[in-house]
Design a protein around this ligand. Structure first.
Ligand SMILES: [Zn+2]
Length: 500
């Protein structure tokens, strides 16, 4: 059997002023043909799962394109057309295929399409006719009717932090095998309760997402149930299908799919009050660090998460931390190519004064003038040791460690979330020995940092990924939707939070 695969992956924050052109994909990852197998072989990633799944079953996996850009603004029409044609040409060129296993994100928006995944699946379906078409999806997918109609089976991650991509890749190949044998006839039910939870509330290690996922996993064990996706959605894609969605796939039992999907949708809605989150003011968190006997305390700058399209050069937390004179900390990361260049020019051991960060927009604090010691310059490459994307290489671009006061500030060329402790260790920093670590991330940092943290604090910071969703002025959501239309909820907690 020959299974063709391809990926066009982007989580689009339409409020970001970073244009997502082809260069943005090249900066993160853009691979063609066998390069895809070479990059993802022996990795615990979705494509790694597809590769191993095919190998186990004696199938041949035919790669086309893998394109992924760090979350940012709308994908240009030109970039999307070019990537989609790479994918379609790759499928056309792969003669005699038996099925398709894509890996998509689910929250991609281009200048021409609100729902790029629906468009991708529609065009692939046109090409392959009745052949099995299965795709894995991120938990942040905003699923649409078009996606559900065009794919035979949609398989979402069950975890945030996303640590089950590999297993979902394996699952996709198993499903295609059973469809080809004729032992699986997928029947799907799709539900979109009117809810749009903030990123913090989507953490699957904590109530209420934990409860919702447990219910879905329990249903998956029932006979005749094939796979269930609970996608928490990505608010900043700002179009009518944004938000939490549920897809139940059974083996030829539409009625069961419908009733389980209704049950999960009702459960999500009944938990809505618990999806409200309240982060801590930065000043209170600093007091907590100062009085703590041991560390590391993880301070999460959830407003400036590059994984949600924020610029990753916000200065709000660093300013407070330096003003407070906190010692033995690390700041991860400040994406500022100009500052890195200056550090490299000066060289290791030199003292430099730079305007750090605050260069992308006005939402994340102004540039911060600092004087620090250049401790180290690196090419910013390391191999992830897990638990996310274990074995895959990370590239931060040119990277400098700048010692400012009592803080090691990791300054990078590229934007990225700290999702792996190798990030620190590749730079000679032992994170477990620090008193505090500032991370620019909403939830993904938890997978690697939980085991070493004495405490984790979500900071109430301004920015493009803040949980204060009412303040963004979204224009194209379906309304009413939680938590924006509080009259639907009969509660006022969120309103109060926004007024504070
Ligand atoms: Zn995600």
């Amino acid at each position: 059997m020959r299974i063709v695969t391809g990926t066009i992956s982007h989580e689009t924050n339409v409020l970001s002023n970073i244009r997502t052109d082809l260069e943005q994909f090249r900066r993160r990852l853009l691979l063609h043909g066998d390069e895809v197998l070479k990059h993802f072989g022996n990795t615990r990633t979705p494509v790694g799962g597809l590769i191993d799944g095919c190998e186990e079953k004696g199938f041949e996996l035919v790669p086309t394109v893998f394109a992924s850009a760090t979350p940012s603004g709308k994908i240009t029409a030109e970039a999307f057309d070019s990537l989609l044609s790479d994918l379609l040409e790759g499928i056309r060129g792969a003669s005699e295929i038996d099925g398709v296993a894509l890996h998509l994100h689910g929250a991609g928006v281009s200048e021409d399409y609100d729902d790029i995944e629906g468009r991708i699946l529609e065009k692939v379906r046109e090409l392959v006719g009745e052949k099995p078409l299965v795709s894995t999806f991120d938990l942040h997918a905003n699923h649409t009717e078009l996606m559900v109609e065009k794919a035979d089976v949609l398989i979402g991650y069950d975890t945030y932090p996303h640590v089950d991509g590999y297993e979902r890749g394996l699952e996709a190949i198993g499903i295609i095998e059973r469809m080809l044998e004729g032992s699986l006839v997928p029947r799907k039910a799709f539900r979109q309760p009117p809810m749009m939870p903030a990123l913090q509330a989507q953490f699957t290690g904590r109530h209420p997402m934990k409860r919702l996922m447990e219910a879905a996993l329990e249903m998956e064990r029932e006979p005749g149930v094939e796979t269930i996706t609970v996608a928490a959605g990505f608010p900043w894609s700002d179009f009518k299908d944004v938000g939490l969605s549920i897809i139940v796939t059974t083996n030829d039992d539409q009625e069961k799919a419908n009733s389980l999907a209704d049950e999960l949708s009702d459960l999500a809605w009944s938990l809505r009050r618990d999806f409200l989150v309240k982060p801590m003011p930065v000043k209170d968190a600093i007091k907590r660090v100062r009085s703590a006997a041991e560390g590391p305390i993880i301070l999460a700058d959830i407003g400036d998460n590059p994984g949600g399209g924020a610029p990753c050069d916000g200065t709000v937390v660093l300013r407070e931390v330096l003003n407070a004179g906190l010692e033995n900390g690390v700041f991860t990361v400040m994406a500022d190519p100009q500052a890195v260049e200056k550090a490299e020019e000066a060289g290791v051991g030199s003292e430099i004064t730079v305007e750090l960060g605050g260069k992308t927009d006005e939402l994340h604090g102004s540039p911060l003038k600092v004087t620090g010691l250049v401790r180290l310059i690196s090419d910013g490459r390391y191999i992830r040791k897990g638990p996310m994307s274990t074995g895959a290489e990370a590239e931060m671009g040119l990277t400098a460690v700048l010692r400012v006061g009592g803080v090691d500030v990791i300054v990078t060329e590229k934007r990225l979330q700290p999702t792996d402790l190798q990030l620190y260790r590749s730079l000679g920093i032992e994170p477990s020995e620090k008193k505090f670590i500032v991370v620019k991330s909403s939830v993904h940092y938890r997978a690697a940092h939980d085991p070493i943290a004495s405490e984790i604090i979500e900071l109430d910071t301004p920015g493009l990924t803040s949980p204060r969703l009412a303040g963004f002025g979204f224009k194209r959501l379906r309304r009413p939707i939680f938590p924006l239309d509080v009259e639907m909820l009969g509660i006022t907690e969120l309103k109060k939070m926004d007024e504070e």
